[in-house]
Ligand binder design. Structure first.
Ligand SMILES: Nc1ncnc2c1ncn2[C@@H]1O[C@H](COP(=O)(O)OP(=O)(O)OP(=O)(O)O)[C@@H](O)[C@H]1O
Length: 227
């Protein structure tokens, strides 16, 4: 299975029950991420970008179709098995950093590694190396509340990469930052992802940022189409 793509969505459908009736968001969506490929997901608000990322990240289950992570079908797996895949193979970055406020920047990058049974000294060394690669040496002992928005988001990216995932999923990862900081942090994100050979699916509203990636896709009528 080692030559299987890191991520494959096959005929994925997702519907929601709303007060206005049933809302079909995805219907037969297909997407394959090759190893190390960085794909931009650019689509109008409300068309299902977050829904697609939640399905790809095994946070939700599709109503139909299948999600394969490294060739392994996730649909029939237990919630525990899906959590284990998510912890080892997938990193997430959200628009808001979601760092744990009572822990330092370094601890925020250490904790997911320890949850993954990495011994603390190795986890700390990796955290320092990752934070250093984002220009945050010297900031590791600060809590998130004492960091700037750009620094917080850099820590969140370091945390997402902490367990050396094969897949990174990002939902507007710099959407909360001012334009200048957003460009800088995005550049660092792309360079880290490329440097580590991680396949990435990154939702953004910014066409200039999307153009920096290997391929652009969009959502139309519930399907993934070239953007
Ligand atoms: N749990 C839910 N229950 C009901 N409707 C939902 C649920 N989650 C999402 N939706 C609806 O599904 C549609 C797609 O939502 P989604 O968040 O995936 O869009 P999006 O493209 O990420 O939007 P944005 O760019 O604004 O974040 C929206 O109409 C949303 O209201």
């Amino acid at each position: 299975m080692s030559d299987a793509p890191p991520l494959r969505l096959e005929s994925v459908a997702r519907r929601f029950r709303t007060e206005a009736g049933e809302l079909t968001v995805l219907t037969g969506a297909e997407l394959t991420l090759s190893a190390g490929e960085i794909v931009a997901l650019v689509a109008p608000s409300g068309t299902g970008k977050s829904t697609l990322l939640h399905l790809a990240g095994l946070l939700e289950r599709p109503d139909a179709g299948e999600v394969f992570v490294a060739g392994r079908a996730a649909g029939t797996l237990s919630d525990d098995a899906r959590t284990a895949i998510r912890r080892t193979a997938i990193g997430f970055v959200y628009q808001f950093h979601h760092l744990l406020p009572e822990f330092t920047a370094e601890e925020n990058v250490v904790l997911p590694q320890m949850a993954n049974a990495t011994p603390r000294p190795a986890a700390e060394a990796r955290a320092r190396q990752l934070l250093g690669s984002f220009g945050l040496e010297g900031r590791g002992h600060h809590r998130p509340g004492r960091l700037s928005g750009g620094e917080q988001q850099r820590v969140a990216i370091a945390r997402a990469l902490a367990n050396a995932p094969r897949i990174l999923l990002a939902d507007e990862p710099t959407g909360n930052l001012d334009v200048g900081t957003s460009d800088l942090v995005f550049e660092e994100l792309l360079s880290a992802v490329r440097g580590q050979g991680v396949a990435a699916l990154i939702a953004t509203h910014n066409p200039a940022l999307a153009a920096r990636m290997d391929r652009v896709v969009t959502l139309r009528d519930g399907r993934v189409v070239p953007g």
